[in-house]
Design a protein around this ligand. Structure first.
Ligand code: NDP
Length: 443
């Protein structure tokens, strides 16, 4: 069997589609960040919104170019990225194997989310002056969001071009089946031979640098973007606190707490990522580099950014309602993922399942009898709870739930194709037993 079969089926509309996405997604991130600015954010659906005013206020392209090459912001960002890389490498953690690759090997991953989070909390508590509630770094972050967003876009371009280029260099210095210089394992979807398409999807499945110590895909998935998202949220709280003489807005505090919980949960349970499609199937190209480094921190934080300039007092009832939606979503998301993971480890043999020809079983009991991707439904409810913190004052912040629903539906289609090709008749039997895709009785 060929180690790296040629990609014959294109996704995202092929080379043309990915070219459009490469241009559109960075523009969308900048536009969303511009619209949220205090001087002309969309206040209400019909209220105070004028296309002319919006166009007049938008930062001109020449200024955007200037902002992109702000030396101070580049220095801060590179310091952030490199420090995280260094700490990730030196901080202690446990080692776990990833899934089996097509060449029969398994990569080892260092799991040290708890050490990274502890370090970040330590740095924040040392730097944050609790007597006057200030931290200059957080204010700098808040004041330079647009520049930082632009810097991460350029950085994602550079990183993905580099990863694409090194994907052609055979594995040197590392032994695969006891031999040096073996062919690298490429992503099934990123080996079409079309430069732009493979660069976007990611050609190499698991690019590793510095004598294979740094797994750049795993690192980007959970460190620079996720933790920056947390800091941006905190910077909004910090800014609002300073602007309002120490007053803390309940909606802003709530979105900070809910999202911090989600971020910490992701980083502290990072071994869960090892079985995710991003790690097992997708290569590391512009799609993931941009998604992890730009899209997550700069668009997932829009609710907090909006509330920092346009606070809403939610009151106890609405806070409890929103928290309940988040808790239900989290319960479905977490317990369904745990159930599948425990089942795959052979811990829940009493649950009904379908034996596949490949030797593994498809769970069709418990959460996995409700829908084929009940975990996506839980995750989507979580996203809705975050948008609700801005209540119904603006449609802008609801972009996240809409985008996330699209992402999850597209992911479900990709996963269905993958599982159908992998499990054939067993997958069809599973689909008959569990007909709903994501939301039970709806879709
Ligand atoms: P899943 O965790 O659902 O994994 C799908 C894989 O699980 C399939 O390819 C198959 O893999 C296996 N599988 C599917 N059905 C069954 C079954 N019934 N029994 C046993 N195994 C089964 O999907 P993802 O990797 O896409 O997502 C993981 C989590 O990450 C989700 O909860 C999702 O919501 C979240 N997520 C969050 C994002 C964000 O930006 N916040 C972005 C994307 C995902 P195999 O080949 O091993 O059989």
């Amino acid at each position: 069997m060929t180690l790296n079969p040629k990609t014959t089926k294109f996704e995202f509309g092929g080379p043309l589609g990915v070219t459009v996405l490469t241009i559109f997604l960075p523009i969308l991130s900048v536009v969303l960040n511009e619209l949220i600015r205090s001087d002309y954010y969309i206040k209400g659906i019909f209220q105070n919104f004028s296309i002319n005013e919006t166009l007049k206020n938008i930062t001109p392209f020449s200024s955007l170019l200037q902002l992109t090459f702000n030396k101070q912001v580049w220095t801060y960002y590179l310091t952030w990225f490199i420090s995280l890389l260094v700490f990730d490498t030196i901080l202690p953690g446990k080692y776990m194997n990833g899934c089996e690759l097509r060449d029969g090997t398994k990569l080892t991953y260092k799991i040290n989310g708890i050490s990274m989070v502890t370090l970040l909390i330590l740095i924040l508590s040392v730097r944050w002056n609790l007597t006057n509630g200030t931290m200059p770094e957080l204010q700098f972050l808040y004041d330079h969001i647009l520049e930082l967003c632009l810097v991460t876009i350029v950085f994602a371009f550079i990183l993905s071009i580099y990863c694409y280029a090194v994907s052609f260099i055979p594995l040197l210095g590392s032994k695969r089946n006891g031999q040096d210089g073996k062919e690298k394992v490429l992503a099934v979807g990123g080996n079409s031979g079309n430069l732009i398409y493979d660069w976007f999807i990611g050609r190499e499945l698991n690019p590793r640098f510095f004598f294979n110590i740094i797994d750049i895909k795993m690192f980007c998935e959970l460190r620079p973007g996720m933790l920056l998202w947390l800091l941006i949220n905190l910077s909004c709280l910090h800014h609002h606190y300073l602007m309002n003489d120490g007053e803390i807005n309940d909606a802003l505090l709530l979105v900070n707490i809910l999202q911090a919980f989600y971020i910490f949960d992701g980083v502290l349970n990072e071994e869960g990522v090892l079985s995710m499609m991003d790690i097992t199937t997708d290569g590391f190209g512009f799609m993931l580099a941009f998604g992890d480094l730009t899209f997550v921190p700069f668009t997932y934080s829009l609710q907090a950014r909006y509330l920092s300039v346009s606070p809403i007092t939610l009151g106890y009832t609405r806070c409890i309602l929103i928290s309940t939606i988040m808790c239900i979503g989290y319960y479905i998301f977490h317990s369904s993922n745990m159930q599948k993971s425990n089942f795959r480890q052979g811990k829940l043999e009493n649950l009904k399942s379908i034996q596949t020809k490949r030797g593994t079983k498809l769970l069709c009991d418990g959460w996995w009898s409700k829908s084929q991707h009940i975990n996506y439904f839980g995750d989507w409810l979580i996203s809705l709870s975050w948008c609700l913190t801005t209540w119904f004052q603006t449609p802008l912040t609801y972009y996240y739930s809409i985008y996330f629903a699209t992402l999850l539906m597209h992911r479900q289609i990709r996963d269905e194709e993958k599982c159908h090709a992998k499990y054939g008749k067993s997958w069809e039997e599973y689909q008959r037993k569990v007909p709903y895709k994501i939301i039970p009785y709806v879709y």
